[in-house]
Structures are given as C-alpha cells and as structure tokens.
Design a protein around this ligand. Structure first.
Ligand SMILES: Nc1ncnc2c1ncn2[C@@H]1O[C@H](COP(=O)(O)OP(=O)(O)OP(=O)(O)O)[C@@H](O)[C@H]1O
Ligand SMILES: [Mg+2]
Length: 675
C-alpha cells in the first residue's frame, strides 16, 4: 500500500509521536478509501457510478458495465442521459432527475433504461447529490438496479391474475364468488348472476345468507357453514338455495377458506352449482328402481300364490265334485243333507278365495268383452248402497260419452264391490264415496307403466282415514290387511291389482293419511275389431246325452278320480290316463270306442294343448275338452276348442258335454257357477 504524504499534512514542529499518530490516521483514511473502491468495484448486482455536476459520468463499476454493456473507457466522460429512452429524454427527465436530487436530496424512480445494445431494462434508480464539506455540489452518486426479471415475473403474475379473473368471470355453469370473513359477498361472476339472478351492484356487500332458504337461515346454517370452513378449511354440501325471484334450486356448494401469507383468514371462496336436474334424474331413477323391485316382489308372490291356489283349486274341485255326487246319492236323510250342503258351501267359499288368489296371480279365467262402465255401475247401485251403511252417500260422475272398456264384466263388478267396501271400512264415522270414470290417453310407454292407448279410468274416491306411506306401499300385497284377524283377508286389492294387470290395465292407489283415498282402475278401451267377436255364450238347456266313452287325462289322481266319478254319474264310461303319452297310447289301441277326450292343461311331459294337437293330427274328428284353471294358453291354439274352467261342478261338466257334442266352431268357455 502506498501512503502519500505532502508537506502541509505534517507540521514541521510536530512531536515524533504526533507524527506517528497522524501517519496512522492518514494510513487508515487511505486504507478506507481503497476498501470502498474495492467494495464498489466488486459489486456486480448494482450499477454504482458517479456523475459530475453536469451529469457526465465520472466513475464506472463492474455492475454498471454488466447491466449497461459499456466498459469504463467507453463511458467515462459521456453524459448519463444516453441511458434514458428517447421519450424520457424528450421530456427532459435526466435533467429533472438531477435537479430533484440536488434540491430534495434524492431522486428515486423505476423506469425503462437503454443498454449499449439498444435493448431496454427495467431499472430501479437512486440518485444522491455529493456535496463537499462546505456544501458545494461536487457531483452525484447513482445506483441502478436491473429489475427486468422481477418486472417480467410481476407482469406475468398480473397477466395470469387477469386471465384468471376473466376465466372466473366467464364461467357460466358455476357460481364462483368471494365472501369477506364476515360472509358479505365481495366478488361475483357471471355464473353466479345467471343462477341467482342478482347483478354485481345488487349483491356485492350483501350477506350471503340471503341465498339460503328461510328454514336453513332459522337453523343458522350459513353461519355454521362459515364456521366449518374456518376450522376445517372447507365446507361441502347439497341443499336448496333461493334465487332472487324466490324460486328454489338444488345446489352443490363448496366453500374454501382463503388465507393470507401469515395464515390469517382473508375471506371465503364459494363455488355453487345448480344440480337440480341431476337430482331430478337421480330421484326418477330411484323411483324406477323402487317400482322395479316392488313389481319383482309382486311377481314372486304372484308365482307362489298362483302355485298354491292352483293346487287348492284342484283339491276343491275334487271335494266339490264328490260332495255333489254324494248329495245326489244320499238316502233321504235331511240331517245328512244339511251336513253335505254346509260342506258344499264351505268348499265354494274356499273356491272363491282361491279364485281371488288366482286373480292376484293373474291366472284366473277371464271372459272379456265390451263393457259400458257407467251402465255397469248403475246396475250395481242398489247392491253397492246395500253393502255400505246409509250414512255414507255414494255419488257418481260420468262424462256424457265414454268408450267401452274391454274387460270381464263380473270380475269388474267384484272389483268395484271390493273397492266400495274398502272405502266404507275407511270411514267408520261417515263420509262420502264418489265413483267416477273418465277416458285417458297414454301416449308414451313409461308415463303410467301402461302401453300407449286409450283407457277407461274408473275411480272410487272416499273421504276416509287414508293410508300411511307404509300401508299404501303394501296395500296390494296378498294377505296384507290392517283390519284384524277374521275381518279382512287382505286379498281384495291384490285381486283387483292382478285382475287389472291381466286385463291389460292397472290399479293405481292414491292416498293421503287423514284425508282419503282414490283407487283408480285403468282398463283398456275396446278396440273396434274386437267389438263383434266376443259375445255371451248361449247356455243351452241340458238335453240328455247318449252314454259315451270318455278318455279323461289328468296328472293329479284325485282330480282324475273326481272327474271320472262325475262322468260315470252322468251315465258315461270312463278311460283314465295320467299323462298325455299314456292317453295317446290308449287312443292308438282303442280310438274307435272313444267318443270324447277331456284333458288337463298343465301336466309334466306333454301339456293339454300339445296332446290336443297330437290327437287332431291322428283323429281329426275326435272332440276334446280342455279343463284348466289357467288362462295362460296360447290364443291361436284355442280355435274350436271347448274349455272348462277349473274347479267345476257336475252341472258345468254336463253343459260342456252338451256343447261339444253340438259344435259351433267358436271358443267357448264355461265359468264355474260359483264365481
Ligand atoms: N279406501 C281405503 N282407505 C284406507 N285404507 C285402505 C283403503 N283400501 C284399502 N286400504 C288398506 O289396504 C289394506 C288392504 O286392503 P284389501 O282390500 O286388500 O284387504 P282388506 O280390505 O283388509 O281385506 P278384504 O278385502 O279381504 O276384506 C286394508 O286393510 C287397508 O289397510
Ligand atoms: Mg278389502
């Protein structure tokens, strides 16, 4: 290190130690000077340089060289205004900057500056005046920092924020808005405006609880939601929200907390979606599923009930058949006759019950024909009024014109009677019953679970106790009754339900607990081409037939025995077969002596219809009677066939024999007398 000393700096009269001291001071000052230079020259992140009072550059550090691109040789002595843009020079900014620095003690600014290569940099500039100890301006210290990168980042951030704002603003399907920590709306996007109906001006500053329903506000839900967000960071729920016009929509809502750098709660971000439609679809789906499960259940119960009823039917046929033969052959003993009569009555009641079960299982024999529903109701008026007490008036309402329904008239009467009795039972303290009918058209399949077409809708409405939801759901199930043991069988509605379904219609129950019930029977309208086809079968007086040989086919030995007994009682010979195959074997052996075949329908191996086909192929002229409790026979197989509904009595059998021996070429169905 070089220490320069001149004469003025050392007084000649000074003591030696003073010289040493002064030397040390001087050494230290020079040392410091040097260190400062070193410091300034090693700084590369700041341009640090000096200007003379006129603004010419007097010193230049490596930072300056790095930022601006000039070496010190190139720039020292040049005016600093060349770092400014043309626009800034045009407004005299360089001179103003120096002036401000000189008068105010500093000039500070961020702005564009020009590098040697002409490119721009965003600079933070600080200019301080340098004054001599006597206050004279000797120049300026200038410190410049290149903030281009920071500015680029900031600009990018600003742009992305702007884009984000535009995005949020533009979203139509979500309401996206912010709340302040107290829950007042502080921003609002277009989706929010679309869903909720408020404009920005109307809603900003308002408390968000106004979107909630009154019930939710009463329970403090809005406050709880914000509380949840504040403690757990997020709240998510679905519920009803209210639009400006007061209508409601089903909303999916997410609220998130917005926190500052230090974790303090700044507000809430709220995203709401209108999911009303999705909810409707979902509910519809659930309802469909429930209906499907219910119909499957009914189907299963139907199969079970149908099976049981079918067997019972056969057993009752045997009992009734044997009883009627016994009654005939009875010695003249009134007491015994009474016993038999009672047994016949009981068996007939049993047959009625099994018939209801078969009806529920949609397996009853229906004789469908055109029915004038109002006419049928009028015909029953007296019977209906008699079945209910006189303090319950029954009124009817029918349109002037109503198409004919295609339905089994006597089953319909039974159904109507059942519905009226149900209505009566629901009104122990009186009330009124209205029976009405109207025409309904169904255009789409799913609307009522019925095929498209025209229907006569017959309804029985009461003002009684109504049904709870659980009762309503179970009312049509067989054996479901709320009437207590021995009072109701619980088969009334089941029967009607099955009957309506089998008729191509439907039973619809509507009920409100405490207000009353409406039962609607939807029945298909007669189609024109059917109007002339089905007619009442004339029941001929029964002439005495010549003795015949009859082949009876039934897989149930009891039934077989019973039919044989009835036939023998009528004076005929009987051959028995327990299967179709056996029957065909007998026919092969002795067809010439057989006058008639009576066969059951449901048999293992070969059904009645199959047997009939085989017989027709080999013995075209041989008459056949199909005895069956089932209605599920292929329609095209029925032409020219005489059918006998099970269970039947001897008289039914006798009538069928008479009919078949005088063939009329049409489908004839005999219904058991006690239906
Ligand atoms: N009009 C009605 N008002 C209120 N509840 C009814 C009505 N109709 C039917 N119900 C309810 O549905 C149940 C089933 O009715 P359903 O006709 O099948 O059988 P039930 O009337 O109890 O017995 P049954 O018909 O053999 O006399 C009834 O027990 C009752 O609880
Ligand atoms: Mg009933």
């Amino acid at each position: 290190m070089v220490i320069r000393m001149n004469d003025e700096q050392i007084r000649p009269d000074a003591q030696q130690n003073q010289v040493v001291k002064a030397t040390q001071v001087l050494e230290t000052a020079a040392d410091r000077d040097d260190r400062y230079r070193l410091l300034v020259e090693s700084i590369v992140d700041y341009a640090i340089y000096m200007l003379d009072p006129q603004g010419n550059i007097a010193s230049w550090n490596p930072g300056a060289q790095r930022f601006k691109g000039y070496t010190s040789d190139e720039i020292i002595g040049q005016h600093f205004s060349q770092f400014y843009t043309e626009e800034d020079r045009a407004t005299d900014l360089p001179a103003r900057a120096l002036h401000i620095a000189a008068t105010d003690g500093r000039f500070e600014q961020e702005g564009w500056r020009v590098r040697k290569d002409g490119s721009l940099m965003w600079a933070h500039v600080l200019i301080d005046p340098i004054r001599s100890p006597d206050g004279q301006l000797v120049g300026y210290a200038k410190i410049t920092r290149d903030l281009s990168e920071r500015k680029a980042t900031q600009d990018a951030l600003r742009q992305s924020e702007q884009r984000f704002r535009l995005l949020v603003q533009g979203v139509q399907d979500y309401a996206i808005y912010m709340l302040d920590p107290q829950g007042a709306v502080s921003s609002w996007n277009r989706g929010a405006q679309r869903f909720k109906g408020y404009t920005d001006e109307e809603i900003i500053g308002q408390h968000f609880s106004r979107f909630y329903t009154e019930e939710d506000r009463a329970t403090g839900l809005p406050a709880r939601a914000l509380q949840t967000v504040a403690t757990e960071g997020r709240f998510e729920a679905e519920g009803w929200r209210v639009r400006k016009d007061g209508t409601r929509f089903w909303a999916h809502v997410v609220i998130d907390a917005i926190r500052g750098d230090h974790g303090e709660l700044v507000g809430f971000a709220k995203i709401t979606r209108d999911v009303t439609e999705r909810r409707n679809v979902q509910q519809e789906l659930e309802a469909t599923r429930a209906r499907f499960i219910q119909s499957q259940k009914m189907e299963a119960i139907g199969q079970l009930t149908g099976g049981v009823a079918h067997d019972f039917n056969n057993l009752l046929a045997v009992v009734l058949g044997n009883l009627s033969i016994a009654r005939k052959r009875l010695p003249n003993d009134p007491k015994l006759l009474q016993l038999i009569e009672n047994s016949i009555q009981a068996a007939e009641r049993g047959a009625t019950l099994t018939k209801r079960m078969l009806a529920f299982a949609r397996r009853q024999e229906l004789t469908r024909g055109p029915v004038d529903v109002p006419e049928l109701v009028r015909g029953m008026a007296e019977l209906l009024q008699r079945s209910i007490s006189s303090n319950i008036p029954v009124s009817t309402q029918f349109p002037l014109q109503l198409p004919l329904a295609f339905v089994d008239a006597s089953q319909l009467e039974l159904a109507l009677l059942n519905l009226t009795v149900n209505a009566r039972d629901a009104m122990p303290d009186g009330g009124s019953i209205t029976i009405s009918a109207r025409e309904e058209r169904i255009s789409t399949r799913e609307a009522a679970g019925l095929p498209a077409g025209s229907y006569v809708c017959l309804s029985v409405t009461d003002t009684g106790m109504g049904m709870s939801e659980e009762t309503l759901a179970k009312a049509t199930e067989p054996f479901f009754t709320t009437k207590g043991v021995g009072k109701g069988t619980g088969l009334g509605l089941s029967m009607i339900h099955g009957f309506a379904g089998q008729s191509g219609g439907r039973l619809v129950l509507k009920s409100i607990l405490g207000q009353g019930t409406t039962a609607e029977l939807w029945l298909p309208v007669v189609e024109a081409h059917l109007l002339h086809q089905e007619g009442e079968t004339p029941h001929p007086d029964l002439p005495i037939l010549n003795p015949m040989t009859v082949l009876v086919v039934d897989d149930d030995p009891l039934v077989l025995m019973n039919i044989s007994a009835m036939l023998e009682d009528l004076g005929h010979e009987v051959l028995e077969a327990t299967s179709g195959q056996q029957a065909l074997r007998i026919l092969r052996r002795s067809a010439e002596i057989i006058d008639l075949v009576i066969t059951d329908q449901i048999m293992p191996g070969m059904s009645g219809v199959q047997l009939i086909e085989a017989i027709r192929a080999a013995h075209a002229e041989l008459p056949v009677i199909l005895a069956s409790g089932y209605s599920e026979l292929p329609e095209d197989k029925l032409t020219g066939l005489v059918r006998l509904g099970k269970p039947f009595e001897q008289a039914d059998l006798a009538r069928a024999l008479v009919t078949i021996m005088r063939p009329s070429g049409q489908v004839l169905t005999f219904r058991p007398k006690h239906s």
